[in-house]
Design a binder for this molecule. Sequence first.
Ligand code: SAM
Ligand code: SF4
Length: 357
Amino acid sequence: MNLDAILKKDDLTKEELVYLLDLKNTEDISKLHKRAYEIKLETIGNKVYYRGLIEFSNICVKNCNYCGIRRDNKSVERFHMTKEEILDTAKWIYENGYGSIALQSGERQDDEFTEFVEDIIKEIKKIGNLGITLSLGEQSYDTYKRWFDAGAHRYLLRIESSNEEIYNSLHPKDKLHDFNTRKQCLIDLRNIGYQVGTGVMIGLPGQTVEDLANDILFYKEMDIDMIGMGPYALHKDTPMGQGKEDSIEEIQDRVRYGLNMIAVTRIFLKDVNIAATTALQALDPLGREKGLKAGANILMPITTIGKHRAKYQLYDNKPCVEDTKEECKGCLAGRVKSVGDEIVYGEWGDSPHFYNK
Ligand code: SAM
Ligand code: SF4
């Protein structure tokens, strides 16, 4: 295949997606990322939007085999931020011009949790003009609707892998961890009116480049507005991470595929929001900057209060655990500037795709 010719095309076949994702030569990769960045400039500009991320609880009813805060990990100290702590942080996010907030936590489906979140959303709306993204796992249609009516308008629920077999290998085989339920949640979210985000982990055991191409086709098929994807990273206290250690080559591969996924997704889907995730930085100190250069336009600075940060470790070596939210703000601003992008303060930064339909 001819790289230059493919990069000039308007639409891509699955074979071409695979070819682009699998580029390994530095010069070819640089051409791919450059083209993706050009498309970002055409559709979004050199703009980066923030979502102040509050990881407000690590209590989770699920047991995903890869995740450090899974239910059966007894070495994690569980926490739940109080309403006041969350609202104080939301106020800081607003006052610092972040424009949007992202609430993330372990998964719970009980009424107390539903009401707690509903109340928090309403209170956040009173603070000021903040966009609200939720990432609170699988819920019933009614719960999603209650949170939407309360004022949330974006929801992130990763499909983790669009290959059902891989999905099953990542999760216990029970009703709580069902691929089709997860997919249905994405459909429910769309029908309710959310801007819908999904994504996958990259570099999973058994995952091929063709699977990654299928993941991008899945985003298209599901008409997804926002993508949050990043490399899979080991956590030593999980069934998938126990007793394992990645070689440098494995880590480099995951970062390369992670960045190529951002670039190819930007080239293929064009006007969606794409996040440069913290997991990229966990495996490469310059991962998030490289993500922006490969076409990402969203960053999620961690604003979780200091005493809880270390308890929300999804994978080992999570960056920014020792930092304060003020330090994260300054650090990220420097990173964005270093790639020639510009942070847009005070705006929601909605997915253009949501409005271009
Ligand atoms: N509990 C909700 C859920 O699962 O959708 C939201 C929080 S969960 C921690 C957010 C995301 O973290 C998951 O969708 C998963 O992709 C990611 N994650 C968990 N463990 C990870 C790991 N070891 N490496 C990379 N990403 C991981
Ligand atoms: Fe819970 Fe989400 Fe981690 Fe799964 S990925 S164990 S649902 S926090």
